[in-house]
Write a protein that binds this ligand. Structure first.
Ligand code: KG4
Ligand code: ZN
Length: 332
């Protein structure tokens, strides 16, 4: 059978990324231009700054991804693009670039949900067996998704307030860490001790919902009260205690979901899936279901995952017209 090549574009937040995928899982290139240095001093992503960077980077990234893949434009079969969820101005840059590229080269355009992308990153390292359950944990989302078969997604639980990555970044800011602070907190947690008993919201409730705002507030209050008294708390112990609470919640709800939805695979993906503590707890505690976690380089935002997710849409000829728009609050 003829090889299939898909060019994919991801610009939903602060990474401009372009990838070329050959067939189902052969990632020929996955160029990622990170803007983190520009956002760090603001303590978070500034949407306008993100859009401007995407405009500057997108054609350079397309050229680099094609050069690295070492194929001709004529060999491409489709262009895939993230059209939501994400920052509207950031998404629009990728969508406009993908539409122009598709039109200029007479290629079909495949619209991809960013969260489906995180989930399908797992396909680049392993075969997925269905039905599967996905725990998707990123800076903007925390959700449990039941996937009956490729392309059929059902959210069975999600956060009522903050996303888990957002909570990491907010408590990191309070500890004086630079944005994004998830990775640093993970490292500090491995050195510190779990000595502060932070709340584990809704952990005993018989549902698959998450809540992290109470945990975040408890953390901030503890830190502010200590500051007012002139006491210094160790960032290591704070991190260890915060991470223990987060992981207890994630593990409890995931186990509950697995009991309710017997599946062949558990996929854990999104930026927070890079967390070493989470990986350790999953390995120790989820032993009845095969757990698939993408490698670190595919956990954060990247176009390789968008290409992987587009394969099943390509098979169904789920192509978008050239008036495709960005949908910032797109859900499954
Ligand atoms: O998926 P992602 O790259 O972007 C979004 O779609 O949001 O996720 C970014 C989030 C940030 O909040 C970052 O702090 C968090 O992932 N993160 C981590 C770790 N590495 C990145 N959180 C906890 N532990 C980590 N090792
Ligand atoms: Zn993401």
């Amino acid at each position: 059978m003829k090889d299939r090549y898909i060019l994919a574009i991801e610009t939903s937040c602060d990474e401009t990324s372009v990838a070329v995928l050959k067939n189902d899982d052969d990632l020929l290139s996955n160029v990622i231009a990170s803007q983190i240095v520009s956002h760090k001093r603001f303590g978070g992503v500034v949407p306008e700054v993100a859009s401007r960077h995407h405009v500057e980077q997108i054609t350079l990234c397309i050229d680099e991804a094609m050069a690295e893949a070492d194929i001709d434009v004529e060999q491409l079969d489709a262009v895939a693009v993230t059209y939501g969820p994400g920052l509207v101005g950031a998404l629009l840059v990728g969508v406009a670039a993908a539409k122009a590229f598709a039109w200029a080269n007479s290629l079909p355009l495949i619209p991809v949900n960013h969260m489906a992308g995180h989930l399908w990153a797992a396909r680049l390292v392993d075969e997925l067996e269905f039905p599967l359950l996905a725990l998707l944990v990123s800076g903007g989302h925390t959700e449990l998704v039941y996937v009956e078969e490729p392309g059929s997604y059902k959210i069975v639980g999600e956060t009522r307030d903050d996303a888990v990555g957002e909570a990491y970044d907010k408590v990191g800011r309070v500890m004086g860490l630079t944005y994004p602070s998830g990775r640093k907190i993970d490292q500090l947690a491995h050195i510190g001790k779990d000595i502060y008993n932070f709340p584990r919201a809704m952990i005993k409730e018989n549902n698959l919902e998450f809540s992290f705002s109470g945990l975040k507030s408890a953390f901030i209050n503890l830190k502010h009260n200590a500051d007012q008294k002139g006491e210094t708390l160790s960032n290591e112990d704070l991190s260890a205690s915060f991470q223990a609470a987060v992981l207890d919640i994630l593990l409890a709800k995931t186990k509950k979901a697995l009991a309710q939805y017997p599946v062949k695979n558990l996929v854990v993906a999104g930026g927070v899936a890079a967390n070493q503590g989470l990986r350790e707890r999953l390995a120790e505690e989820i032993t009845d279901t095969k757990v698939i976690i993408p490698p670190l380089r595919l956990c954060g935002d990247n176009a390789g995952m968008i290409a992987a997710a587009s394969v099943c849409e390509y098979g169904k000829e789920n192509f978008a017209p050239l008036n495709l728009n960005a949908i910032p609050s797109l859900s499954f």
